[in-house]
Design a protein around this ligand. Structure first.
Ligand code: ADP
Length: 193
């Protein structure tokens, strides 16, 4: 089963994806993680990516689609969880083409709903926790970048909600509950998919 976790920054996509890796033996594909890795690589691509990400804007479709294409090669019995991808309609189309090329398809899209104020507080809390533990906070976990990321979500990513709804693939869960509670909601959706 291949699924997308869709939602604004701070909605908890990464947390729930890690759960599914454990409980369902799925493979998590997080473009955010892949891009952060590229950022530290010291390559020309890494430098371009760093600037865009730190500001909170989206990296080009070409770059992220290329990253995903590389990861879809090979076997995946438990299926893929797309976390933070697709973020634009062009990425959504590319994903269905890439899966079709493998003779595969998308089974469900789960939208995680969380209000803006909670998102901002969660992300700023995460940054403070990292710093208190002596680690560096993510370069884009500051108030300016968070606002830019939210705007990018509403302008470029939120249209995917309508797109997948029209395809009959969308389910929404309340992302405000505790981690276990949200995981339970997601399980229910997947059991029906
Ligand atoms: P969050 O969901 O908290 O914003 P991510 O780790 O998913 O965090 O993404 C961090 C940043 O990486 C984004 O703000 C964006 O710059 C870039 N990014 C991640 N995934 C994509 C994507 N699919 N398309 C374009 N940019 C992306």
């Amino acid at each position: 089963m291949n699924i997308i976790l869709l939602g604004p920054p701070g909605a908890g996509k990464g947390t729930q994806a890690s759960r599914l890796v454990e409980t369902r033996d799925m493979i998590q594909l997080s473009t955010g993680d892949m891009l952060r890795e590229a950022k530290t690589s010291g390559t020309e691509m890494g430098k371009i990516v760093a600037e865009v990400m730190d500001r909170g804007d989206l990296v080009t479709d070409e770059i992220v689609i290329g990253l995903i294409r590389e990861k879809l090669d090979g076997d995946n019995k438990g299926g893929f969880i797309f976390d933070g991808f697709p973020r634009t309609l062009a990425q959504a189309d590319a994903l269905s083409d890439l899966l079709a090329e493998k003779g595969d398809r998308l089974d469900a899209v789960i939208e995680m709903r969380v209000d803006d104020e909670t998102l901002v507080q969660r992300i700023l809390g995460r940054a403070r926790e990292a710093e208190a533990a002596g680690n560096a906070a993510r370069a884009d976990d500051n108030e300016d970048s968070i606002r830019t990321r939210l705007m990018a979500y509403y302008k470029q990513t939120a249209p995917l909600i309508g797109y997948y709804h029209a395809k009959g693939m969308l389910s929404s869960v309340d992302g405000l509950g505790g981690i276990d509670e949200v995981a339970g909601e997601i399980q229910k959706v997947l059991d029906k998919a």
